[in-house]
Write a protein that binds this ligand. Structure first.
Ligand code: ZN
Length: 300
């Protein structure tokens, strides 16, 4: 069986705002299709506000499906996945959704098991500059936020943060840091959301890593499964054997790589990597172990 542990999807926002269920839908990801993988785990992001409603909906949909459960830690996720159920984890894409407020973050950690948070989304906020906006570094509040989030066991996610905020965060981080859905700028520099070689190398060195985003505009090249493999191989060549994982951004992106319909086709990348002569142990690391280990160190 092919394992699948992915660091970012926006499916819960699609279900809340456009209707349908998490069990079975016409979006890019649902639990039925995800359950074809074993073990299976998925980080579900809250994006676009309505945090409490989305966290409650995720929990209710998981319980109603009988296929998975919301986990508070990687230990719990490993246990759930080992029982053949989908391990779901909760993240927050942009702290402005909680008013950049540490007390609200602590409550989300305690009550919902929130395991990871992006400093910002596509606009600058009170914590830092965004890669898609002003580009400033961490503010004083942002510095305090990084220290406190890491102390409370919420992993810091630097996808969407500006490059200056990225380096500021790495400098003061006591724990590994992730970029949950960002590709290699060396292969596609059209979007400032991708990581430079220096950024990825620094993440790998400090025990963190990056998730491969399947947005064709981020991948560039041939915009297909081979392009996703090329980004993975680029990160591997930078010493990323333990630092590259999946962060497909399903239901956060309009298009998928050519030949892919949704989460059911993420396994095509697994098979393509094997065909490209990567040892299966390495491919399993990319599809499961790397994200589990990094997130465990970042949040445990
Ligand atoms: Zn995003």
């Amino acid at each position: 069986m092919i394992p699948c542990f992915d660091a970012h999807c926006d499916t819960i926002t699609a279900v809340l705002e456009r209707g349908g269920s998490l069990l079975r839908n016409d979006y890019q990801l649902d639990l039925e299709r995800l359950s074809k993988y074993a073990p299976a785990a998925q980080v579900f992001a809250v994006w676009g506000g309505r945090y409490e409603e989305k966290a409650a909906l995720l929990r209710a949909e998981l319980e109603g499906s009988g296929l998975g459960r919301l986990c508070r830690s990687i230990a719990e996720a490993r246990e759930t996945a080992a029982q053949g159920r989908i391990a779901a984890l909760l993240s927050l894409e942009g702290m402005e959704q909680l008013g950049c407020d540490l007390a609200r973050l602590q409550r989300a950690r305690d009550e919902d098991g929130l395991i990871m948070a992006n400093l910002c989304w596509n606009s600058d906020n009170a914590l830092c500059g965004s890669a898609m906006d002003g580009g400033g570094g961490l503010t004083a509040a942002g510095r305090g936020f990084v220290r406190s989030a890491q102390a409370m066991g919420v992993a810091v996610d630097l996808s969407h943060a500006s490059e200056r905020a990225f380096w500021d965060t790495l400098e003061l981080s006591a724990r590994p840091v992730l970029a949950s859905h960002s590709d290699a700028a060396a292969l596609c520099s059209d979007y400032p959301r991708n990581l430079t070689d220096e950024q990825f190398t620094a993440l790998a060195k400090q025990g963190g890593g990056a998730g491969i985003n399947l947005c064709p505009d981020f991948l560039g090249l041939t915009r297909d499964v081979d392009a996703a493999c090329a980004h993975i191989e680029h990160f591997l060549a930078l010493g990323g054997e333990r630092a590259v994982f999946l962060g497909a951004d399903l239901d956060g992106i309009d298009d998928l790589p050519r030949g892919m319909r949704g989460v059911e086709d993420v396994g095509l990348i697994y098979e393509a990597l094997l065909r490209r002569n990567h040892p299966e142990s390495l491919v399993r690391d990319i599809f499961w172990n790397n994200l589990a280990d990094i997130l465990e160190r970042a949040s445990g």
